[in-house]
Structures are given as structure tokens and as C-alpha cells.
Design a protein around this ligand. Structure first.
Ligand SMILES: NC(=O)c1ccc[n+]([C@@H]2O[C@H](COP(=O)([O-])OP(=O)(O)OC[C@H]3O[C@@H](n4cnc5c(N)ncnc54)[C@H](O)[C@@H]3O)[C@@H](O)[C@H]2O)c1
Length: 237
């Protein structure tokens, strides 16, 4: 198992130091929500460095196209997976491992997410004279429950890696800048991204015991399918 020190804050990461991409060759990578804006270039970047990438998403059509293109590198596959389904995610991890050269799971990127553009029914004010309306909490299901399933399964499959010290175990979540600021109207979305920050802060205190590194990426506004018309208007201000 990889040996990692206990987590300790050592100041900002120096991003001017070039990263050693050589270490990605032959690694097995899972990217959820991988067929669109943020996931797709991530998958491509890993594949270009010789990693074996399982790109997963809801929709097989476009995702398959990406995997077909990436086959130019002979090291990518598309796996249909709804991250709110535990069974789908188990199949995704099994497919990633089966396709990889060392039958391993090394880097997991929990990227699938939706926003209020998909409907957020937490705040809309219902008629107080009618029965209260139960919210669907679909954003919580994808962004939080889905990512927690990914984390739980990543830990399970990391621990099946070849038992050598130089084997890395890395979990990356796509969080959001909204986990550090007030974000009006983003009821469920902001709640889930704060929750994922909580998951990262909890995990980093224990995950070194299993040789697992955990990272939280917090993008600002990026033009993508996830954004609502209201978000676009705000970003243009
Ligand atoms: N675009 C932004 O401004 C922004 C900012 C901060 C964080 N993010 C985060 O980045 C991540 C990627 O978003 P994006 O901007 O690339 O959006 P996107 O809509 O282009 O990509 C998200 C992908 O997730 C997939 N997805 C949605 N529900 C899923 C499910 N249940 N199972 C599997 N896949 C599912 C979608 O089909 C889509 O391909 C999200 O977690 C999002 O919250 C985006």
C-alpha cells in the first residue's frame, strides 16, 4: 500500500512546478460525467498521457463518440452509468478494472453534477393553503449521494490494487467556488458543493491511512451545459 504522511496544511501549492505526467502511463482512471464540458477534456488529457480511461455518463451516444476517438490512443472506453445508481457505479468500476493493464483502479474523478438548470424545487413558494409539496432533491441525489457512492466504491477498489508501495491512489471531486461564497438561488447546488468540501475535509484526516490522496477542485464559472440562463446572465456582468 502507498505510504502517505498524515495531512498537514503546508500553504498554497506552487503551480509553477511542472507536474510529472510520466507517472500516468498505464494507470487506470475513472471519470464520471465524462462526456461534456469539464469531464471530456479531463478524460482526453489522461488518455493522451497513456492512462487507461473509463469515461462514464448518462448518455451513451455522444460518450461513445469520445471513447471511439480516444481509441486512437487504444486506452479509453465509454461506460453508461447513472451515478445515482449504486449498481451502475459498481459496473463502471468493474469495467474500468477489466480494461486496465494492471487490473487496477488508481485515479477516480467524481465529476458528474447538475445544477438548478435541471430544476431546484427547494425554494419555490407553494400555496400555503394547500398541502406542503415534497421536494425531489434531484441535485442532492446526483451531486452528493452520487459522489458519496463514487467515493465508497473508489476506496473499495483502490484497496484491490497490486500491493506495492509505489502505487498511487487518488480521488478528485469536482466541487465549486460556490462552496466558499454565498450563492443566491442555488439552493441544492450550493448545499451539495459545501457538503463535498466537508467530505474532502473529513477524508483528508483519515484517507492517508489507506494511502489515498483526496483533492477538491473548485472551478468558477465555466461555460457548459450545466449552466442556467440566469447563471449566464450573472457571469456576463
Ligand atoms: N460550469 C461551471 O460553471 C461549473 C462551475 C463549478 C463547478 N462545476 C462542476 O463541474 C462538474 C462538471 O460540470 P460541467 O460544467 O462540465 O457541466 P456539463 O453539464 O457540461 O457536464 C456534466 C456532465 O454530468 C453528467 N451527468 C449529470 N447527471 C449525471 C448522473 N446522474 N450520472 C452520470 N452523469 C451525469 C451530464 O450528462 C454531463 O455530461 C459538475 O460537478 C459541476 O457542478 C461546473
Amino acid at each position: 500500500m502507498p505510504q502517505l504522511p498524515r495531512y498537514e496544511y503546508t500553504g498554497p501549492v506552487d503551480c509553477t512546478i511542472p507536474t510529472n505526467r510520466e507517472v500516468l502511463k498505464g494507470k487506470s482512471v475513472v471519470v464520471t460525467g465524462g462526456k461534456n464540458r469539464m469531464g471530456e477534456p479531463t478524460a482526453r488529457a489522461f488518455a493522451a498521457e497513456g492512462a487507461f480511461v473509463a469515461i462514464s455518463d448518462l448518455d451513451i451516444t455522444k460518450g461513445n463518440g469520445v471513447a471511439e476517438e480516444l481509441k486512437l490512443y487504444r486506452n479509453a472506453q465509454f461506460v453508461k452509468c447513472d451515478t445515482t445508481s449504486w449498481e451502475d457505479q459498481v459496473s463502471m468500476f468493474e469495467a474500468a478494472i477489466a480494461h486496465s493493464p494492471h487490473k487496477s483502479c488508481d485515479i477516480v474523478i467524481a465529476n458528474a453534477g447538475i445544477s438548478r438548470a435541471s430544476g431546484d424545487d427547494l425554494w419555490p413558494l407553494d400555496d400555503p393553503d394547500s398541502a406542503p409539496v415534497k421536494p425531489k432533491l434531484n441535485i442532492v441525489n446526483v451531486n452528493l449521494i452520487g459522489t458519496m457512492y463514487t467515493w465508497k466504491l473508489a476506496v473499495h477498489y483502490f484497496r484491490k490494487q497490486p500491493d506495492t508501495e509505489d502505487w498511487d491512489r487518488c480521488f478528485i471531486m469536482t466541487g465549486s467556488m460556490t462552496a466558499w461564497i454565498d450563492s443566491p438561488a442555488n439552493w441544492q447546488y450550493t448545499s451539495t458543493k459545501y457538503a463535498l468540501q466537508g467530505l474532502m475535509r473529513t477524508a483528508r484526516r483519515n484517507s492517508h491511512e489507506q494511502g489515498i490522496r483526496i483533492n477538491y477542485v473548485a472551478p468558477c464559472y465555466v461555460k457548459s451545459a450545466i449552466r442556467s440562463a440566469e447563471d449566464e446572465a450573472q457571469a456576463d456582468i
